[in-house]
Design a protein around this ligand. Structure first.
Ligand SMILES: [Zn+2]
Length: 177
């Protein structure tokens, strides 16, 4: 996994509570001011573990995926990509997502569950663009790049594949990714 950007914020007003949340690609950990650096280190680790566990449990449904896809299409593709369904699928060992442009169906690998929402959104975006442009040509990438975190998300996924498989994702045929 690529390194996380963690920002620790201490507040004298925050005496008892410790909390953590994601802010885009950053993780913010809020701590009381009086902690020693050893305690701080332990709390940060504990909060990161807790946050990751929470994200693992939070599994967006197929309906959530379709809603996110529709939202992404509206925001970045002028609503031109209109998927008929977006589903989680288990059997995609070598790709993150795939689609069938003729039917407007998109499938997202369950391996993405638990990854940050902006990474899942990138994979959805990639497949949405395939509904409009089947191959990975300049027009395809120009549309994908409308998603502001496209490059960062690719880096994240490449880091992840390298870590888990020792190689980059097999890009497969044009409609796969
Ligand atoms: Zn692709």
């Amino acid at each position: 996994m690529p390194p996380e950007t963690v920002e620790v914020r201490r507040s004298s007003r925050r005496r008892r509570t410790v909390s953590a949340y994601r802010d885009g690609e950053k993780t913010i950990v809020l701590l009381p001011a009086g902690l020693s650096s050893t305690d701080e280190e332990q709390w940060v680790r504990r909060m990161l573990d807790r946050l990751a566990a929470k994200e693992q449990r939070r599994r967006p449904s197929d309906d959530d995926l379709l809603e996110r896809a529709t939202d992404l299409s509206t925001r970045y593709l002028d609503g031109q990509a209109t998927p008929s369904s977006v589903r989680w699928v288990e059997n995609q060992q070598h790709r993150w997502g795939s689609c069938t442009p003729d039917h407007g169906t998109i499938r997202i690998s369950t391996r993405l569950r638990g990854m940050p929402a902006w990474v899942v959104d990138y994979v959805i975006m990639h497949e949405l663009v395939h509904l409009l442009v089947p191959s990975h040509g300049p027009r395809f990438w120009a549309l994908v790049e409308r998603y502001p975190r496209a490059e960062r998300a690719r880096g994240f996924l490449e880091g992840f594949s390298t870590a888990t498989h020792g190689s980059q994702e097999d890009h497969g045929s044009p409609e796969e990714w």
